[in-house]
Ligand binder design. Structure first.
Ligand code: SF4
Length: 132
């Protein structure tokens, strides 16, 4: 599906991390871990797209991008990831987000539209440094 292709374009970590390390090896604050987990809670149900008058997949895509961008394991590839995932989202012909916030209201997982703000921040930052 279109969601699968968006995930395939960058919604994972390329690095072979080997076996799972002890949970205490990489120090992550409780607040950061909770915030990343809130974004990771997206189940890909598509209710956000269905309710959006523009047919935008911004909430789904941004939840995946934010989840990875907040954690140390995902930071290394964050620029490449956001550029590829947003590009794929556009290729799939989803509409543009116009901040109606209907997606957040309908989302069964309570994914916040702040994820979309994070995605736009990550995207603009990646574009800025790519041009230099
Ligand atoms: S409605 Fe929420 S849980 Fe479902 S795909 Fe959209 S962001 Fe993910």
């Amino acid at each position: 599906s279109a969601f699968d292709r968006i995930i395939s374009s960058g919604g994972f970590v390329f690095i072979n991390t080997g076996q799972a390390p002890d949970a205490t090896v990489i120090p992550i604050s409780h607040e950061l871990a909770e915030s990343a987990f809130d974004s990771a809670a997206c189940i890909g149900c598509g209710a956000c797209v269905a309710t959006c008058k523009n047919g935008s997949a911004a909430l789904f895509t941004s939840a995946k991008i934010t989840h990875m961008a907040l954690l140390p394991q995902g930071k290394e590839e964050r620029s490449e990831r956001v550029l590829n995932m947003v590009k794929q989202m556009d290729l799939e012909s989803f509409g543009h987000c116009t901040n109606t916030e209907a997606c957040e209201v309908e989302c069964p997982q309570g994914i916040s539209v702040l994820n979309i703000a994070r995605m736009n921040f990550e995207y603009n930052k990646a574009l800025f440094f790519k041009k230099k």
